[in-house]
Design a binder for this molecule. Sequence first.
Ligand SMILES: *Cc1c(COP(=O)(O)O)cnc(C)c1O
Length: 368
Amino acid sequence: MDVSAPVTAADYALERNPNAASAPDRELAMEAPAFGMVFTDHMARATWTLEGGWGNRRVEPFADLSLHPGATVLHYSQQVFEGLKAYRWADGSTRLFRPEGNARRMAASAARLSLPPVSEDEFLASVEALLAVDGDWVPTQGESSLYLRPLLMGTEACLGVRPSHEVEYLLMACPVGAYFAGGVRPVSIWVAQGFHRAGEGGTGQAKTGGNYAGSLMPQQQAQDNGCDQVLFLDAREDKYIEELGGMNVFAVRRDGTVVTPRVTGTILEGVTRDSVIELLRAEGREVVERDIALEDLRSGIADGSVVELFACGTAAVVTPIARLVSPSFDEVVADGGPGTLTMHVRGALTDIQYGRAEDRFGWMTRVS
Ligand SMILES: *Cc1c(COP(=O)(O)O)cnc(C)c1O
């Protein structure tokens, strides 16, 4: 065997799920799925060992895992994940949005967590292998999609603190409905009080579960204060806005320029963030990546020089932000409604994703 040949979907051995959902059951499950609550019939897997590297690629029935209680991931959170979507186009084909971006980011996240790299072709092959058997789970109606969740975790039974000698790659999939089922609703944002998502030299730039675990309590405080999401400030000065728990942020100025925090190592570089920047620049708009002090943002909202605020990420695409709230202020952005440019960006992105507009950036990858 040529060990340097790229991995393809054909390298995944298929074990069909004898209890796969019937077509009517599948349709029923896909009618109005809550995010991440409905899973398809199969999952793709591959196993890495220190001696043998990646192997044992398979697509098997979706089921509970068998893990040793001493597995590294359970104790020391040696884990990274990804999130991307497969879209059904009107012509019946299935497309992925910039999967190479997710593959590259997973490799970078893995390096930070001392996990073995998953190559770009390995990543794409696993998605193709799973979609080949679960392709009917890509929803057809409205702005729904099949959310793909790749996961990498240390599974060796060892309580010693060191990188696991055994690692599992898992790919699962969830049909998801339109994020804003009842129409786009602007959200309220709570500014985290005394808690930070990431510090310099930490894991903020990696997509790893630990970052999310630490964001749960501040997120709860946001909800306790009547807000939807939490906005984190930088850990060093508690002064500059960074991002939400799982979404990047942008502000639109009255003069038409768009600003977003520059990536410094403590911000997760979203594929959506990158796409928004590219899209707006292609339209001739000035997009500035720089430090944004909360105080400047606040006064800009108050004096009308900041006219729109939005968050973005794979799950919700683009979400308008109506309010910025803390114990000492409550700033309503413009009239609180979804901003014009926010909705334009959202429309332009989803039009490309669903094939309603020409894929002029070459972002879509056809898988079937
Ligand atoms: C995944 C994620 C994002 C958004 O990234 P996309 O690639 O656009 O989905 C933003 N921030 C954090 C912390 C994330 O984990």
